[in-house]
Design a binder for this molecule. Structure first.
Ligand SMILES: [Zn+2]
Length: 286
């Protein structure tokens, strides 16, 4: 390889270029995505589930994660968007009937195929699943049996495997999409969650109001006749306002009675605290 006078080595022979390393890395990533659980990094074993971002997981790993969020060190980064088993779909996969070739790595032999095109699911061709039933097809296979035009978003399609209805516009989720698509899906998911979260506080406010309304109720019945006019007056207004008024009235009375009590406290008790500054000036506080 040079230095013997026979040939002149150039940079290409001596330096392992980055490109080769990148290619090997890409291949490893492909294997990792299609043959291993994204969370536990163990080989995919049925039942296999997928999330809204199209990543593949072993269902037991997801359950483990949901029970203990720290079960996997980087669990929050990988599937922080999975809050419950409702956020994943169990996939219905078609087993690959072909045997592992002699000498081939069993772990990287495609175990599933598209039931329509019989293409192997190994990252070579794009695959997707239906969010409604979890059936997995190759993109090309599902496109070939398209019954409605892709522009017609509202029209329902029927799953070619289990006849469950689905909407082409929103129920098709690509498995292991490219990073750009994954980012788009993640943003979409976050936007959807934000809308959900924005609609929730209304409910909790209502609940708080109900709780606030329920708590002071016994006090109202215990309140003496002086408080009654306030509650009667407030009947026309909301129950919450009435309860707030009662609570306020009671607070005011409690404060007042303290002040009044201090006036009528035992003489020897007050005499000790009294100084020339306060002597005979109690009327200021009444
Ligand atoms: Zn189906």
């Amino acid at each position: 390889m040079g230095n013997d006078g026979g040939s002149i080595p150039d940079r290409r022979d001596l330096v392992r270029t980055k490109k080769k390393a990148e290619q090997a890395d890409k291949h490893n990533q492909l294997i990792a995505r299609w043959f291993f659980c994204a969370l536990s990094k163990r080989p995919l074993q049925e039942p296999i589930v997928s999330c809204a971002l199209g990543k593949l997981y072993n269902k037991d790993a997801i359950i483990e994660y949901l029970l203990d969020k720290s079960a996997y060190g980087d669990g929050e980064d990988i599937c922080g968007h999975i809050r419950s088993l409702k956020d994943v779909k169990t996939l219905k996969l078609t087993p690959n009937p072909s045997q592992v070739p002699e000498g081939a790595d069993a772990e990287t032999h495609a175990r599933f195929i598209c039931p329509l095109t019989l293409k192997e699911m190994s990252g070579g061709v794009p695959f997707l699943y239906l969010a409604t039933c979890g059936c997995v097809f190759s993109q090309a296979g599902l496109r070939s049996i398209a019954t409605s035009s892709p522009k017609d978003d509202d029209e329902k399609d029927i799953c070619p495997q289990c006849s469950t209805k689905f909407t082409r516009a929103k129920d098709l989720i690509a498995l292991n999409p490219d990073p750009e698509e994954q980012t788009r899906l993640r943003n979409e998911l976050e936007a959807r969650r934000a809308v959900e979260a924005a609609s929730k506080p209304k409910k909790s406010k209502k609940r708080k109001a109900e709780e606030a309304g329920a708590e002071p109720a016994p006090k109202r019945t215990a309140a003496d006749s002086k408080a009654a006019p306030y509650t009667n007056h407030a009947v026309a207004t909301s129950r919450v306002v009435a309860n707030a008024l009662v609570a306020e009235e009671q607070k005011r009375k409690a404060l007042m009675s303290d002040a009044v009590k201090s006036l009528y406290a035992p003489k020897d008790g007050t005499a000790k605290k009294e100084t020339f500054m306060t002597r005979g000036t109690f009327t200021r506080y009444a």
